[in-house]
Ligand binder design. Structure first.
Ligand SMILES: [Zn+2]
Length: 490
């Protein structure tokens, strides 16, 4: 049995002004995929693992990925999907396809870009070849995705620590379908419901209960898989919001019942999905007066993993206003890095840092400090991290120690705060700090929760703010809770 492995993965923040061009994508072909992802805990690793587990051949063809930024240009979509589908045709025929997507991709031409990719793959291999698709929990699920796949499986944890086992699960359904052992039937239910980004951690309520419902469904007789899409609120598309997906072995009614049951249970608790986070001033005061550190402040509005600018100065400015010492944060600022490199290690420099990408993430802040270290910004984390990644690259990176006891990590590439190795590799021990900023909502948790005296989610402004009234949605469904409080379901 020969299975093709391919995909294009992007989480599109349609409010971001940084377009996803062809050059934005890292593209891996053939064995490059195994070399890059084989030892990781990612979706691709799970698909590759399936070969040995189920005694089949998995042929890695093509995988394109880029960090969450703005809309994919038509040029990028046409070239990437064109090459991918060409390889699929050239190296066929296939017994099955393993599709490695994200689920929240938006291109200039296709608001449901993942659905479009699934449809093109389906058209290329024909109706009888099983197609299994893996998606991130932040997908905005669509009927088009379901209609064009045999089985779709999502991560079930946020932070995403289960990508690899879920991909194995997805591949197993495909293999068993090819062998004629099962006949997957999918049902998708999309109540008009948005869960605020600050309530998407699956380790506590309300999402803990929602995910338990999915686990309960999986235990039902004849059920092959069940997933919940938390949705990605920063994509202004018709499908934005939660989705509930059940995959049954041959029983359409059972799949529909299961999807509806999960959806109505979530709908009943919809008020628990609303955001309720403190302001930057309140959060900083709480952090400064905490009995012990480090208090980790999640900069929700500048969620790098969600497509933000990585250079928000809102919390830095607040820390200076309140005179907080022992403060640590990273900032994407290639210009400042260049200036520090020119000044050299050990020299004192005064410059404006951060707040330069747009006008949504604070203003540049003038600081005076000593350049303590310059690094190539590369680091590696063998521990479980969000999304199962291992290798990171912040580009040329500078550690600046300011006179008011702030440690600023200035990077020349956007890199999320999802690994403590980012700091250790620069000789910084976040454990010894009073206040540590992690730009994100849930993804920094595996790295920072273990050392934090307290984790506070902060309602900072920005392109990933938890305050969804900040965004001017044009294409979302209406009514949609909580925008329209009187929305009804079913
Ligand atoms: Zn995600």
């Amino acid at each position: 049995m020969r299975l093709a492995l391919l995909g294009v993965s992007h989480e599109t923040n349609t409010f971001s002004r940084v377009p996803a061009t062809y050059e934005s994508f890292d593209i891996y072909r053939g064995e490059e995929i195994a070399a890059q992802f084989g030892e990781s805990r990612s979706t691709n690793a799970g698909f590759l693992e399936a070969a040995g587990r189920f005694d089949v051949e998995v042929v890695p063809l093509f995988y394109a990925v880029t960090g969450p930024i703005g809309t994919i240009t038509k040029d990028a979509f046409d070239r990437i999907v064109g090459e991918m589908l060409g390889l699929l045709r050239d190296y066929g025929p296939w017994d099955g396809v393993l599709l490695s997507q994200h689920g929240a991709a938006v291109s200039e031409e296709y608001p449901d870009a993942d659905g479009e990719v699934a449809a093109r793959v389906r058209a290329a291999v024909g109706p009888d070849v099983p197609v299994g698709m893996m998606l991130d929990l932040h997908t905005n699920l669509s009927q088009k995705m379901i209609e064009n796949t045999t089985a779709t499986v999502l991560y079930r944890t946020n932070p995403h620590l289960d990508a690899r086992p879920r991909a194995v699960e997805c591949a197993e359904i495909v293999v068993r379908t090819v062998r004629g052992e099962v006949r997957p039937v999918q049902a998708l239910e999309m109540p008009p419901l948005v869960v605020n980004i600050v309530k998407q951690f699956t380790g506590e309520e309300p999402m803990l209960g929602v995910m338990r419902d999915a686990e309960t469904v999986i235990e039902r007789p004849g059920m092959l898989s069940a997933s919940v899409g938390e949705g990605y609120p920063y994509a202004d598309v018709a499908e934005m919001g939660m989705g509930f997906l059940a995959v049954s072995d041959g029983d359409g009614a059972a799949a529909r019942d299961a999807a509806r049951w999960m959806a109505s249970r979530a709908w009943e608790r919809r008020e628990q999905f609303l955001g309720d986070t403190p302001s930057p001033a309140e959060a900083m005061r709480a952090a400064a007066s905490a009995e012990k550190g480090p208090v980790v402040l999640m900069d929700v509005g500048d969620n790098i993993g969600g497509g933000s600018s990585a250079d928000s100065t809102v919390l830095l400015a607040e820390a200076r206003r309140q005179g907080v010492r022992g403060y640590l944060q990273s900032l994407y600022d290639p210009g400042a890095v260049e200036a520090c490199v020119a000044a050299g290690v050990g020299s004192e420099i005064t410059l404006a840092v951060g707040g330069k990408t747009d006008d949504m993430h604070g203003s540049p802040v003038e600081v005076t400090g000593r350049v303590r270290l310059i690094s190539d910004g590369k680091f590696e984390d063998p521990e479980p991290t969000h999304g199962g990644f291992r290798y990171y690259d912040g580009g040329t990176t500078v550690v600046l120690e300011t006179g008011d006891d702030h440690t600023l990590v200035l990077t020349s590439l956007r890199v999320g705060n999802t690994s403590r190795q980012q700091m250790y590799s620069l000789g910084i021990r976040p454990e010894d700090k009073r206040v540590v900023v992690a730009k994100g909502v849930v993804s920094p948790r595996p790295a920072y929760a273990p050392i934090a005296s307290e984790v506070i989610l902060v309602n900072t402004p920005g392109v990933t703010t938890s305050d969804l009234s900040f965004f001017d949605y044009k294409k979302r469904r209406r009514p949609l809770y909580p925008f329209e409080a009187d929305a009804t379901y079913p």
